[in-house]
Design a protein around this ligand. Sequence first.
Ligand code: HEM
Length: 281
Amino acid sequence: MAKLTSLLSLAVLAIQAVAFPQYQSLGGLNERELEALLPRLNPVRHPPPPSPPKDTSIRLVNDKNHPWMPLRKGDIRGPCPGLNTLASHGYLPRNGIATPAQIVEAAQEGLSMDTNSATLVTYASMLIDGNLVTNLMSIGGKSPLTGLDPSKLATIGGLNTHAGFEGDASLTRADFFFGDNHSFNQTLFNEFVDFSNKFGGGVFNLTAAAEYRFHRIQESIATSPQFSLVAPRILNAYGDPAVATILFVDGRKADGRLNLTEGLTRVPEYLSRPGCPLSVA
Ligand code: HEM
C-alpha cells in the first residue's frame, strides 16, 4: 500500500511538472523548480523608472520622426486616447505592447505629461493589467505578446481590463455592460462636442469638462444596470477630463481646443506639445 501511495505521489508530481508552468502560482515552489520554470517565462530585470526629460520645450508632436500611421493587422489600441495617440505616432511601439518605462517616456516626450503623473498612472496600471515577469503591458486587450501568464491569479488583461483603471462613464467609450468598453464611440464623441459647444463656447475647457463629467455619470446611472464608479477608476474618472483640457491642446496657444482626429488617435500637423511638463495629479 505504501508503495502504491508513493507511486501515486510520484505520478501526481510528474503530471504537475508537465502541466505546471504557465498555469499555477509561483508561490511555494522550491529553488530548483523556479530555476526550471522562470527561463520559460522570459523574466526580465525591471529597469528603474525614467528620469524627467532634459528637453521640455514646445515642440511639434507630429514631427518627421513621429508620423501618424494607420493600424496594421494585429496592432492594439485601447481605452486611453493619450496612449493610442502616442502609439499611432510611434512614441510607443506601434503594436501597442510596451514596457512601463517606454510608456512614461512617451507620455513625457510626446505630450509633456510630467514625470510624477506619468510614473504613477503607468506603474499603478502595470500592477493591475501588465505582466510583471516580462515587464510588458498591452495598452488595449489581452495579448500573447506580453508573454505567458505566470500564475493563475494573474489576468494580465491589458488596459481594457474592466474595473481597474478602465471603468464606466468614460467620455468617449461605452460602459462595460454594453459590450465594448474600449473602442472610440462616435455617439459619445458627438455628445462630447455638443457639451463643448454648449458650455465651452466650442472648446473643451474645464467648464465643459465638469458638465460633461456630471452628465456621463447621470447617463450611466439611468441606462447601465451594472454601473459602478469606485476606486481606482473613480480617480481617473475625474482626472481624465482635466487631462484632455491640458494635454490635448496646442501648447503654443493653450486655448483648450481639442485637436485630434481619426477616433482620437491622430494629431494634426501643427500641434505642439505644451512647453513645460504638466501635472495631472
Ligand atoms: C501615462 C500613462 C497613461 C495610462 C496608463 C493611461 C491609462 C488610461 C486608462 C486605463 C484609461 C481608461 C479610463 C476609462 O475607463 O475611461 C484612460 C483614459 C483616458 N486617458 Fe489615459 N493614460 C495614460 C496617459 C494619458 C495621456 C498622456 C493622456 C493625454 C491626453 C491621456 C488621456 C486620457 C483621456 C482623455 C482619457 C479618457 C477617455 C474617455 O473617457 O473616453 N492619458 N487612460
